[in-house]
Design a protein around this ligand. Sequence first.
Ligand code: PLP
Length: 753
Amino acid sequence: MMNVEQRLTGILGKSISEADDRQLYSALMQLVQDQAGEQIRPVSGRKLYYISAEFLLGKLLSNNLINLNLYDEVKECLEKSGKSLAALEEIDSEPSLGNGGLGRLAACFLDSLATLNLPGDGVGLLYHCGLFRQKFENELQHEKPDFWLDNNGWVKRTDKAYPVMLAGRQYAARLCQIAVTGYNGRTNQLNLFDLESVDEGIIGDGISFPKDQIEKNLTLFLYPDDSDDAGRLLRLYQQYFMVSAGAQMILEECAARGCNYHDLADYAAIQINDTHPSMIIPELIRLLGEKGVGFDEAVEIVTNTCAYTNHTILSEALEKWPAGSLYRVVPHLMPIIDRLNQIARSRSSDASTAIIDGNGTVHMAHMDIHFTHSTNGVAYLHTEILKNSELANFNRLYPWKFNNKTNGVTFRRWLMACNPMLTKEIESRIGPGFKKDADELKNLLALQEDEAALQRFADIKAANKRALAKWMLETQGIEINPDAMFAIQAKRLHEYKRQQMNLLFLIHQYFEIKAGHLPPVPLVSIFGAKAAPAYTIAKDIIHALRVLSRVVAEDPAVSPWMQIAFVENYNVSAAEKMFPACDLSEQISLASKEASGTGNMKFMLNGAVTLGTMDGANVEIAQQVGGENIYIFGQSSDQVIRRYAAGDYCAREWYEGDPNIRRAIDFLLSDEMLRYGSRENLERLKNELIYKDWFQTLPDFNAYTIRKLQAMTDYAVNPVKWRRMCLVNIANAGFFSADRTIAEYNRDIWQLG
Ligand SMILES: *Cc1c(COP(=O)(O)O)cnc(C)c1O
């Protein structure tokens, strides 16, 4: 095999030093694509199709180079000619095809499938502008279109297109592909469908656009605003476009491999990621009917082929559609959904398991559970809640279908690529085996009493904190103290994740510091979060945090002891800078509400200690590291579920009964806050906290404050103990490798190859 330098000069037609960065970027892309092509393997046996509305990939250049074992050679070869790989990575735009944890999970799974040498493709949509880009003006979130496709060479258009009927009119779904490379593994594909007549020119102010021109807007944005009917219908159009094209592609590929449709389940496994792709069930039944398969047999085939992953128990996120909307968008599917509903009703007298309820509302998750062979939750606690409360009626009907697959993250991106110093240190201590077998990280436990080793890991953390501080200054204009303790809460803004509780803590600290009660260590609280465009209170919480950040910064008595930094446009690229630099990982959702979380795993892997509730995968993190290496606080999920059932939570009583809570909430409308803040937003948030507080921030406030101050004290007073906790967290992170998760899916659900 030719070396990298020869291949690059071959592609460039000149030497590396003569080429500019753009030319080098294209040449490297070509090199990666060629190399990726070499490891495409034929499929025999069953192949997985992971269908998802989101794939939050992150930038691809470095990760592909790592996975193809080209990274070090390319980096060296560029540096020899005075070029830098980091500069080329800046040219690459981050694909904007996802929103948060669910989309990032799909991306981690694709990496692990290819790494484990399993045949498994992604199926989704190519959104031209993806999720919005977040901009702050007057400390308020504004949304701008993200024209990520303009600077991204990874998407390949193919000459394949599939006809899709939307509201009685035919459209062509163009197949586009992004190669997915495994680490010393195979190359799979991410298949993304696009409607070519989509026109970015129709975008008006911000991310507004005419919602009823399907031929121009269909694949423009991920999650278009669904606060009106036209927006909701557009989401349905998108979903059906994705599943219909996907189903046709799957049937075509299987037929090409010898499938006669009756044996589809021997050729394909389809994983339905949350309910957005649920219509693939009736669509496949319809298409099989066209191929001559009878209805009852088609139902059985589809049930054996498909499996469903549930990601939430938040009722507003469990998709329901008025039958009228479905009649309008997909009239040809409704007779099938009606028949599926009849079958579902014939299997149980419990009306709550029907697909179409008495009001004519179609419940997508119900269709998934009845007509797939597996329903899984994404962490131990989440699956238990599904089985015992949320979906207990279904669990009684189909106990064998329910199973747990605790989420994981790919260590290639979330350790090797984002934290090269730590990776190198680990490798020098325990060898390179952990890159493929994450359980080998446990060998680090032998270093627990080795203070020199603990110091070395602490030095790496300190260097990563300085790097984050530099990046924040350069890209965000925010100056932070790298010698402070870094507590990070980075995730989508949602009330159940309780960024507002962190806000109340910070106001509380502000008062304490002003009163002369200094904390044990200066604290930098770093946030990253986008709020859904129509989610008013979420935007108010962002506003309050941004405004408080200014109030604190301008107060010389307070700012040496606390800083608040809210990163603009939190995405995978920002995350890769933040996770390696964190001391304290904030995982403070209301117990029972966070299905799993994966940010918690990435922080742990990079040697942060978790401050969290017993929710989602925090429960399993606590189990892995032991209670002395994690800061747990707050109500249990049982207590929360009981409190909801009793319906007796009254936020106002907490506000009136606790002077600290009252002082913190009242501060939202203080002169200090109103100097930079908008009264309308801050007042709405204040009222929400006093009169609703649906996610029970106030009952957990004191426990949170006490635990957080305990963590700050341990960090300041007993650094050796703290460093040992960090090491124990890294050493026990192996369980949270997506390789483990995917191996379990394959063993229990897919049986690929
Ligand atoms: C991991 C990740 C998430 C998910 O974070 P949670 O804390 O699990 O909600 C969201 N966004 C990005 C960019 C991520 O990398």
